[in-house]
Write a protein that binds this ligand. Structure first.
Ligand code: PNS
Length: 159
């Protein structure tokens, strides 16, 4: 069974992430979407909230599981038996950072292969940072996030 991991912060999950998840789920038998628990990074949503959002957004995808991890992606991938790390690419800036990450992950776990999926043109401007930037001022985020996640984001900024 070919198991892949798609790791990220997902703070919050965007339509760009969801597109990569849907497409990767078609390529592998099982896709684990893994939220990084990073105590050094200030986040809008807790890890549990982000896992819950991902579960909601991927509920119709039968071979997708949601998890969280601490530490190294390569170690977690080994722990769960994933041999492929999926990453999305939007532009050359992504490519530069992602290629470096790929080289490091390769040193840390030779058995993990990285597969890059190019973002759909509709999602080139999307990022979790941009979602927060718009949402904080009450702007329209319909084209940025899955519909079922939108209320959680709006609620966060109403508090
Ligand atoms: O959503 P993001 O912020 O682009 O995700 C980045 C992520 C979580 C995939 C990356 O930071 C990661 O894998 N962190 C775990 C630590 C690690 O393994 N680092 C080695 C590569 S530099």
């Amino acid at each position: 069974m070919k198991k892949a991991i798609y790791a990220g912060s997902f703070d919050p999950v965007t339509l760009g992430h969801l597109d990569i998840i849907r497409r990767a789920a078609k390529l592998f038998d099982c896709l684990v979407v893994a939220v990084l628990e990073n105590p050094n990074k200030k986040s809008l949503f807790t890890v549990e909230e982000r896992k819950c959002h991902l579960e909601l957004a991927t509920k119709e995808l039968e071979n997708v599981e949601v998890a969280s991890f601490r530490g190294l992606l390569a170690e977690f991938a080994k722990e769960i038996g994933a041999t492929v790390a999926v990453r999305g690419l939007r532009n050359t800036m992504d490519f530069t950072t992602e290629y470096q990450m790929y080289l490091i992950n390769r040193k840390l776990g030779k058995e993990i292969e990285t597969v890059f999926l190019a973002a759909d043109e509709e999602h080139l401007s999307l990022s979790s940072t941009n979602v927060k930037e718009v949402a904080v001022f009450g702007g329209n985020i319909d084209f940025m996030v899955p519909a079922e996640i939108k209320p959680f984001i709006i609620e966060k900024y109403q508090k």
